[in-house]
Design a protein around this ligand. Structure first.
Ligand code: URA
Length: 277
């Protein structure tokens, strides 16, 4: 059990190990030009120019070195004598419709999720991706550490999908999905698979994964010789899409945000089998 922040490296200052688990902590150290650009006052290039021009003070001392390390929790940075404003963190949930790209701009001019986010008032980035043809719950935020926690497979945050497969899957095939199937980038982790219902020609499943590889659900079903005809993400951690209308967004509540921060769980178990390995 230890709490440690590696003060020398911005990259490694992210994870803190405590009581045997990984806990999300702020990255406390950033270079001065990054601190200024992250505060939204200008680009990193502009910020570097201001630093060199002597317009920036750290704890009252003039600093002209753009690589000067700043401890975000302790140091006070002023530009032209004015303290930097701490940027408000925004977390929102969008019900992405199929047919929208999870990207900022598309060279072919297709609709993107940003077309649905007119009134947010600040720039937010998608937390992971949903394919063009996938609909459902997409988190967006300007908190990059939160996004990393949700998407990092080591966090084991479960994501649940409703799937319509192009044929009838046997119990044996469902068990294969549970145990893990071999994809081009390696075997999948154990997953929770629930048969929701069968129609005459299709199987409807609920699949819960704790990884988030590119097109993973589609590739898992393709590994069994079928196709995914419809894919909807209905849950991330404890957060469900609920009654939010398709194409709409809403802010997360503080409680939802907090519970997502703790949303990891141990790998899925299948009856009579060990979880992994
Ligand atoms: N798995 C997929 O195949 N596609 C998605 O959009 C999300 C998960």
């Amino acid at each position: 059990m230890f709490d440690r922040l590696d003060a020398r490296s911005d990259r490694h200052a992210r994870l803190v190990y405590s009581h045997g688990g990984i806990v999300l902590k702020k990255r406390p150290l950033k270079t001065l030009d990054r601190v200024l650009s992250k505060a939204g006052v200008g680009s990193r290039v502009e910020a570097a120019q201001w630093v060199r021009a002597g317009r920036v003070r750290v704890n009252g001392r003039l600093v002209r070195d753009t690589d000067h390390w700043v401890d975000m929790e302790r140091d006070e940075v002023r530009l032209d004598g004015r303290p930097l404003q701490v940027r408000e963190r925004v977390y929102l949930l969008l019900y992405k419709p199929a047919g929208y790209l999870t990207t900022y701009r598309d060279p072919q001019g297709r609709p993107t999720v940003y077309d649905l986010l007119e009134d947010v008032g600040t720039f937010v980035s998608p937390v992971g991706r949903l394919d063009l043809d996938t609909s459902g719950l997409l988190l967006m935020t300007n908190d990059s550490q939160f996004a990393e926690w949700i998407t990092n497979p080591d966090s084991h945050v479960p994501k649940t999908y409703l799937v319509k497969a192009s044929g009838l899957l046997t119990e044996g095939q469902l068990q294969q999905l549970r145990d893990g199937v071999m994809l081009s980038d390696g075997p999948t982790r154990p997953a929770e698979i629930v048969r929701v219902r069968d129609s005459a020609r299709y199987t409807h499943l609920e699949i819960t994964l704790t990884e988030g590889r590119n097109r993973q659900v589609r590739r898992m079903v393709e590994a069994l010789g079928l196709e995914v005809l419809k894919l909807v993400r209905v849950q991330i951690g404890s957060l469900r899409i609920g009654t939010l209308p398709i194409g709409q967004w809403r802010l997360l509540t503080a409680a939802e945000k907090q519970s997502l921060g703790r949303a990891s769980r141990s790998p899925a178990r299948t009856p009579g089998k060990s979880a992994e390995g």
